[in-house]
Ligand binder design. Structure first.
Ligand SMILES: Cc1ncc(COP(=O)(O)O)c(C=O)c1O
Length: 413
């Protein structure tokens, strides 16, 4: 495996840690060292690893069906689709996928089919999966971000002859975003974004509403990629939290309860283009609607919806963030902790970031030192990445984490 990993995101210098097992909020590596997990497989395990309710649902579904997947429509699909639509778009339609990447891929294809125009608009620094045109402007260099026009660089193989580059827009800059959208309107198939940038930078007041107004005005489908944010701000994602309804929504991560699952949903008149009777838009996937993932996802939502659970998770996140802030002050270290719902990051910089471009000004060497200080003290965070919280990060885990922060921050130059 190149780099010893099956996904680039899992790599870090000089080599990533290999884990053997997990339970609740804890992980154990191949050498038997224990860690409190703040990566949670990049977000999905909002109830922690091996939650009894989720494990039971997986076992019962497997026992009941006698197989892992049926290759036909089945009941769980219908039940879960109705449930997700009730949350996100009661009169809409939905299709399941196996990953978040597939959800965004098909959402932009659908939007193209609906509009009959080629150009996708996305935002600088936003991630929607490893899809050619959506990787353009994903990780632009500091120099490129500093000079207009918007970045056009992409990872190798994602742009070049034959691939149409997207229009790359600036997050939290409504004036420029609107100007660009109006300028390119006749070519645009859709506008896609992470409504909460990189899962921890909130949209500024009026930004999502303004974006909704201009796209509605021009009949350009607005796509919210809520693969990360869907169940991490509350039940119903950024669209509920900020009161803006997109035309299409992409989901993933939490909706599979720790098993591979994604979905794209939205306006019936757009989704119905995929109706086989119409024969216009082809979407297929051997494992889409994987029963075990749907059962695990529904069990996860059952738990999240039980009274007080999400509030408790938000309160734990707040306790930890506040504890880290107190320790930073105690060690006279200046840092920002941008947080949205149950996800936060730590950035060594003077002012709170408004966009992912701003985060490039943070002292990344210092963050790396902190991350390695934490790893050495039994706290698993993927270096440089956000911290994801679960309902099973209990008082003891938080206390242990704050002790590790005290040690790691004390070791920073
Ligand atoms: C916002 C967002 N969209 C899409 C994806 C891709 O999802 P997946 O890794 O399940 O393909 C991710 C993954 O991190 C994501 O954070």
């Amino acid at each position: 495996m190149p780099g010893g990993v099956t996904a680039n995101v899992k790599y870090f210098d000089p080599y990533p840690l290999a884990m053997r097992k997990a339970r609740g909020c804890r992980l154990w590596d191949l050498d038997g060292n224990a860690y409190i997990d703040y990566c949670l497989s990049f977000g999905p395990f909002i109830l922690g690893h091996g939650h009894p309710r989720v494990v039971k649902a997986i076992h019962e579904t497997l026992d009941g069906a006698g197989t892992t997947t049926l290759g036909t429509p089945h009941e769980l699909e219908a039940i879960y689709a109705e449930r997700l639509l009730r949350i996100f778009r009661p009169a809409g339609r939905l299709r399941f996928t196996v990953s978040g990447t597939e959800a965004t891929l098909h959402a932009i294809r659908l939007a193209r089919a609906y509009r009959g125009r080629p150009l996708v608009a996305k935002f600088e620094g936003h991630y929607h999966g490893a899809i050619n045109e959506l990787l353009v402007g994903h990780e632009p260099s500091t120099e490129e971000r500093a000079r207009p026009p918007a970045p056009e660089s992409a990872t190798d193989g994602a742009s070049g002859p034959g691939v149409r580059n997207p229009l790359v827009l600036p997050f939290n800059n409504l004036e420029e975003t609107e100007r660009q959208i109006r300028r390119h309107a006749k070519d645009l198939a859709c506008v896609i974004l992470e409504p909460v940038e990189r899962s921890y930078i909130a949209p500024e007041r009026g930004f999502l509403h303004g974006l909704r107004e201009v796209t509605e005005d021009l009949d350009i489908p607005l796509v919210f990629d809520e693969v990360m944010s869907g169940f991490r701000l509350g039940l119903g994602g950024a669209q509920h939290a900020f009161g803006v309804t997109p035309d299409l929504t992409c989901l993933g991560k939490v909706i599979g309860g720790g098993l591979p699952c994604g979905a794209f949903l939205g306006r019936a008149d757009i989704l119905d283009l995929a109706d086989p009777a119409g024969d216009g838009f082809f979407h297929s996937s051997t494992f889409a609607g994987y029963p075990l993932a749907l059962a695990a996802g529904m069990a996860t939502l059952d738990e999240l919806e039980s009274p007080g659970t999400f509030e408790g998770l938000l309160a734990t996140t707040q306790t930890l963030v506040q504890g880290i802030q107190e320790r930073l002050i105690g060690h006279s270290i200046r840092a920002q902790i941008p947080r949205v719902g149950t996800v936060f990051s730590i950035l060594f910089m003077e002012n709170a970031p408004r966009t992912s471009s701003d985060t490039l000004r943070a002292d990344s060497a210092r963050r790396r030192e902190l991350d390695f200080g934490l790893l050495g003290r039994g706290i698993f965070v993927k270096p440089s990445k956000p911290f994801y919280m679960s309902t099973v990060h209990d008082h003891e885990a938080i206390e242990e984490t704050l002790r590790a922060f005290d040690g790691a921050l004390g070791g920073l130059a």
